[in-house]
Design a protein around this ligand. Structure first.
Ligand code: C2E
Ligand code: MG
Ligand code: MG
Length: 610
């Protein structure tokens, strides 16, 4: 017996060491067990350690190890487990001794996986890898496991020792390990790596059993707006609550993950037919039927669902995920808060989208963008007082492309940062030209995207561009949408104050279309409200549209702000606005957005005429 115990200790030491070598995860606690073993190791393997009580030592190693240890006999019956093993699995030693380790099987691995383990260890080799087991509670546990055989002095006396590290616990113990982690640090849900790994197994199983499986891609609708409007902390709170609603929904055979920012994925196996999938989709959608309560606010968030099905939409994890992702884009196109099944047509659309992204990327490199300028006219003086800079993409094959088409893609991909910088540079150069012609009272306003505004150092970058152009900051105005300034965070207020202090006016674009709360207007340094075109186009015929426009004018004036009416197309509209004390107008009545030099010509002609 003493001999077997000694061999076991040597085995423990070498297993533990080799785990350290293969695993990228190292912890202090692991060192503890290896040190315990190495202190007891004799200088030469052939010398008998007469100075040690090996059974005492064995007990110490078993009880002191932070790795779970299980020993089985040659027939596979469990003969010994340590406390760590019991704590991690939820079983008592009494419940395990004499049982077969298959009691711990998770159902996550194919039969071939276990066969490979036993083929390896039964020929005397060491097996190492990651394995999903199931705890007594039914929860899953992800282990890094090492199994080896111990020669107990004859074939019947062979013992097998399995030593594992609970990866999940390690992950949470040391944040630096998140690179290797299988769990999302915010929600605690499994992450993308977990999902892909397990989807592979699910597909393998479905292939074996001939079953149907479904992958759901879930994307929260307008999450960017939620983040912009309520701040990132509230956005995080909402994601946490979504995760809390998801957890109880998941059956033992299904799995979920937080796949990306506001994206969650689900995989469901053992489905009978498409009707089953629709039922699941409806139940998933119901998770969003109640509002989310974040602090004192109730946030109504919906989600869009994209579904791909094994085997019809793909037989590999990556393809199924990609197709479910394409389907979610389709659900968004259909108006959000709905679900869409993947179809092969979507693949074509997705490829087109990738093409546009690539072309947009090249357009930045090749500088295919131009700024058009739309005059803004002061009504009292009937004089051009400024221009709005509006970007156009001069596509080499498709001609001029509207910003409505490519700005959303630029925002989603982050390319808006480079594009925005380029717009500011060109616009400030235009201001320089205008000032060189002697018009120091004419401004240019530039549209700023939320991502651009929130980017660290935006104010400084703006300043550098202004300085490089050598212009007065008062001749530049920035146009922001309501979503940026609503529920503004301290950083937003700070940035706005810095712009104001520098003399750069802030304008709220498309005013009236965003949010109902007006309280932010009192607290933020805003100079101009631009009434949205949708109201202006109806002021001649609809009294309520005129009522909205005049209310905005009165509100702005009471708060010491000026008003621009956008989309003025007729003389009648212009007169109505003038009668109601609107300060400035912009629209096709005076001019469409015009190219570089034409804008200067327009200014000179208008001023000469006035
Ligand atoms: P916006 O800032 O509200 O710009 C006004 C839009 O209304 C412009 O469309 C302009 O051409 C159009 N418009 C002006 N007057 C009239 C009119 O009388 N009738 C009609 N039917 N339309 C009129 P555009 O140039 O297509 O720009 C669309 C949107 O794209 C802009 O809306 C703005 O949100 C965005 N955008 C344009 N340039 C930039 C840019 O440099 N950066 C960013 N982030 N967004 C930009
Ligand atoms: Mg604008
Ligand atoms: Mg606008």
């Amino acid at each position: 017996m003493a001999n077997a115990v000694y061999k076991l200790l040597v085995c423990l030491k070498s297993t533990s060491n080799s785990m350290d070598k293969t695993s990228t995860i190292k912890t202090k606690s692991k060192k503890r067990s290896t040190t315990a073993a190495s202190k007891t190791a004799p200088p030469g393997a052939s010398r008998k350690p007469v100075y040690l009580d090996t059974s005492l030592l064995f007990k110490a190693v078993m009880s002191g190890s932070s790795e779970g240890i299980m020993i089985t006999d040659v027939k596979g019956a469990i003969v010994k487990v340590n406390n760590t093993f019991c704590e991690a699995t939820g079983y008592t030693a009494g419940e395990l001794i004499g049982k077969n380790p298959r009691i711990l099987k998770s159902g996550r691995h194919p039969r071939a996986f276990y066969k490979d383990i036993w083929d390896t260890v039964s020929c005397g080799k060491n097996w190492q890898g990651e394995i999903w087991d199931r705890k007594k509670s039914g929860d899953l546990i992800l282990k890094r496991l090492s199994i080896s055989a111990i020669d107990g002095g004859g074939p019947e006396k062979t013992l097998y020792i399995g030593i594992f590290t609970d990866l999940e616990r390690r992950i949470f113990r040391d944040e630096a390990l998140t690179v290797n982690a299988y769990f999302d640090t915010l929600t605690g849900l499994p992450n993308r790596a977990f999902f892909i790994e397990n989807l592979k197994h699910l597909i393998y199983e479905s292939k074996r059993t001939g079953g149907i499986a479904a992958v759901f891609f879930v994307d929260i609708d307008r999450f960017k707006n939620i983040n912009d409007s309520y701040g990132h902390q509230s956005g995080d709170q909402l994601l946490l609550q979504v995760a809390d609603r998801i957890r109880p929904f998941i059956r033992k055979s299904d799995f979920t993950a937080r796949f990306g920012d506001d994206e969650f994925t689900f995989a469901f196996g053992s489905l009978e037919n498409v009707e089953d999938i629709k039922t699941v989709a409806l139940r998933l959608r119901a998770l969003f039927s109640e509002p989310f309560v974040v602090g004192a606010k109730k946030i109504y968030a919906t989600a869009s669902f994209g579904i791909s099905v094994y085997p019809s939409d793909g037989d590999d994890a990556d393809v199924l995920i990609r197709n479910a992702d394409n389907a979610v884009a389709e659900a968004k196109r259909r108006g959000k808060n709905t679900f869409a099944f993947f179809s092969h047509k979507m693949n074509i659309r997705a490829q087109e989208r990738i093409k546009v992204e690539n072309e947009l990327y090249n357009a930045i490199q090749d500088n295919q963008f131009e700024l058009y300028y739309q005059p803004i006219v002061e009504l009292d003086a009937q004089q051009v007082c400024g221009f709005e800079a509006l970007i156009r993409w001069a596509h080499p094959e498709s001609g001029v492309i509207s910003p409505m088409t490519f700005i959303p893609i630029a925002e989603e991909t982050g390319m808006i940062i480079q594009i925005g910088r380029m717009v500011l540079t060109k616009a400030t150069k235009k201001i320089r030209q205008i000032q060189d012609l002697g018009y120091n009272d004419v401004y240019v306003s530039v549209n700023i995207s939320s991502m651009q505004f929130r980017k660290l150092g935006f104010f400084d970058a703006c300043n550098a561009i202004i300085d490089a152009a050598g212009i007065s900051p008062t001749s530049l105005k920035i146009e922001l949408t309501e979503s940026i300034v609503m529920h503004s965070t301290d950083e937003t207020v700070d940035t706005l104050e810095r712009f104001r202090a520098r003399g750069i006016s802030i304008l709220i674009d498309d005013f009236g279309t965003g949010y109902s709360s007006l309280s932010y207007l009192r607290n933020l340094p805003i100079d101009i409200l631009k009434i949205d075109r949708s109201f202006i186009s109806e002021i001649e015929n609809k009294r309520d549209a005129l009522a909205v426009a005049t209310s905005i004018i009165n509100l702005a004036h009471n708060l010491n702000m000026k008003v621009i009416a956008e989309g003025v197309e007729t003389e009648e509209q212009m007169r109505l606005l003038q009668r109601n004390s609107c300060d400035m107008v912009q629209g096709y009545y005076f001019s469409k957005p015009i190219e570089d030099q034409k804008a200067l010509d327009f200014l000179q002609a208008f001023r000469a005429h006035a």
